[in-house]
Write a new protein. Structure first.
Length: 269
């Protein structure tokens, strides 16, 4: 069975850590969007969540930084950041499905790294706190290096997505796939707080219009000019490959200076 649900979301920690920082109306629109996604997801009765997110030096550092890593643990602890105001605890994993996805990737020529000891940071826990707040569903984290060079190209991320599409198509389990990251932001840089709303809106338009050649052609230099955090669009690009046969619909976008991030929500149907 192919995946039963797919969405792309921003995961800036401020969404939970500083909920009252932005304009109330904007925050409520974002929260409402997450609520819509949760209702849509639960209506599909998923059995496992595959969450595609980005590395933040939580599991890897400069001495070892894989391009892609899939979690194979029986359970995961998170969030590692107590200050994001999400209760810390464990979330069950799905190591058997993870192993099947890993094998499928190797057979298709994409050699993912894998880990039995991954921890979860805001990149995974922010979307999880909205979509499955009681952590009842098993998860499989898939972490992309969007932190330090060299990073996988946008084309490689899209290829990974297409491989996952084929793997999930042969699965019996009902799987929801969530991409988390971006959009434009410049965390910890001298341009911290910079948001390129024009780029963000154009990127969303390219995803919606399935302009694969264009949204997979962004260079590292082009993304870095919008802030280093913008490299996280790789998660959205990967999901675009998984959901290549589905229609993408934007639910929310707003540049939110209080969270120093361009925040977006997008659903596939």
């Amino acid at each position: 069975m192919p995946m039963v649900f797919a969405c792309s979301v921003s995961h800036t920690p401020g969404i939970r850590a500083w909920p009252d920082a932005p304009d109330t109306e904007i925050k409520e629109q974002l929260y409402k969007g997450f609520s819509v996604l949760r209702k849509k997801m639960l209506a599909t009765e998923p059995e496992t969540l595959l969450i595609i997110s980005s590395e933040h030096f939580t599991n890897f550092f400069l001495d070892c930084m894989p391009a892609f890593t899939i979690g194979q643990a029986k359970e995961y602890f998170g969030p590692v950041e107590p200050w994001i105001k999400i209760k810390q605890g464990t979330t069950i994993g799905d190591p058997s499905l993870s192993k099947r996805l890993l094998d499928a990737c190797y057979k298709d020529g994409i050699e993912l790294a894998y880990s039995h000891e991954m921890k979860l940071d805001h990149g995974t826990m922010i979307p999880l706190s909205f979509l499955d707040p009681t952590r009842e569903l098993p998860i499989i984290p898939l972490i992309i290096n969007a932190m330090t060079y060299p990073m996988p190209t946008q084309k490689r991320c899209y290829e990974l997505g297409k491989t996952l599409y084929k793997a999930l198509k042969s699965e019996k389990k009902r799987v929801a796939v969530i991409a988390a990251g971006g959009l434009s932001h410049a965390p910890g840089e001298h341009t911290h707080g910079k948001i390129d709303a024009q780029f963000d809106r154009e990127f969303i338009r390219l995803i919606v219009e399935k302009d694969v050649d264009t949204f997979t052609s962004f260079t590292d230099e082009e993304l870095e000019s919008r802030g280093l955090g913008t490299h996280e669009i790789r998660t959205w690009v990967t999901l675009a490959g998984v959901a290549k046969d589905l229609k993408a619909t934007p639910l929310f976008y707003e540049p939110i200076p209080a969270w120093a991030t361009g925040c977006g929500l997008l659903c596939y149907d």
